[in-house]
Design a protein around this ligand. Sequence first.
Ligand SMILES: [Zn+2]
Ligand SMILES: [Zn+2]
Length: 344
Amino acid sequence: MATTKFAIAPMKAAQISRPGGDFEIVEREIPKPGAGHVLVKVQACGVCHSDVLTKEGAWPGIQYPRVPGHEVAGIIHELGDGVSSWKKGQRVGVGWHGGQDNTCPSCRRGDFRNCQNLKIPGISYDGGYQQYMVAPVEALAAIPESLSDVEAAPLLCAGITTYNALRHSGALPGDLVAVQGIGGLGHLGIQFGNKFGYKVAAIGRGSENAALAKKLGASVYIDSKATNAAEALQKLGGAQVILATAPNSKAMSELINGLGPNGKLVVIGATFEPIEVTPLQLISGSRTIQGWAAGTAADSEDTLRFAELSGVRPMIETYPLEKAAEAYARMMSGKAEFRVVLTM
Ligand SMILES: [Zn+2]
Ligand SMILES: [Zn+2]
C-alpha cells in the first residue's frame, strides 16, 4: 500500500517564549513563503541592542514565541507567489525596516521609513536567529559580492542607521562632525564620517579608544572624562553635527553646547531618559535636535554599496547560533568589539 510521506525538514531556531524568558534552541519546520514573500536561508544575523525589545517584551503587542534578529544576511531559497524581481540563490539582507503597509499617511507620501504600521523582523514576525526565515520583498536588500555575510549583517541596522543619519544631517565635506560613543554604532559612524569628507571628532569616555578612533578615521579624539567635550568642540569652531550614538542621555545633554551655529544634534542611541536642554541653548545659534531611525531596504543597498566602495567595515565577534544566549549576553555587557554576529 502506498503511503504518503511528508518531508519534515527541521531547522534550528533561537526563540524567546515569553517576555524576560531565556533563549531556547528549538527545532522547527522550515516555513513556507506566502505571496509577495521569500524564504531566506540565513547565513549570518547581527545581535543588536534593540533585540532587548523582544527578549524583555518592551515593544507593545509582541506575540510569543518569537525569534529575534533584524540584521540578517542570507540567500533566497524559495520564492512565494507573485515574486518576479528576485531570484533563487540571490544574496539578500533584511534590516530593521521589515515591511510597510503602503496605505498609511506616511506611505501615501512615499515616506516608507516612517510607516505608522512598520513591520520589524524579530518583533512583528520571526527574525534572523534561525536557519531559515520568511521576509516580504519590500524588506530585501541585495548584498554586493565582495561583502561577506558576517560583514554585511551589522551594516543592515547599525550601518544603515549611522550612514543614513549622517548623509541626511546636512553636514558638508570639511565640516566638523562629532561622533559621541565608540561602540557598535559609533565605530561605523566615525568611518562613514571620514569617508564623507567630514573632519571627525570622536568623543569617548577615557583614553583607551583614542588610537582606535584615529585608525577608524577620526581627526580628533576628545576624552569626555578628562575634558569638557562641549568646550573642546567650541575650540575647534563648534560642531555642525553631533551624532549621539551612546545610549546615555546625560552625556548627550552635555554636548549640546558643543554645537556651532545652525548645528544639529542627531540622536540614534536609544534610551528612555530625557535629554535636558534649555530653550536658550537652542535659540542661540538656531540649534536643533533630531532623532533618526534606520531606513528602507533601498537605503540598506546604498549603505552596502557605499561600504563596498569605500572600505567601511564593521568590527565583529562571531558566535554560532547555538550560543545565541552567550552572544546576546556579550552584546549586553557593552564589552564586545563591536558588533556581535551569529552564524548559522
Ligand atoms: Zn538594530
Ligand atoms: Zn505605512
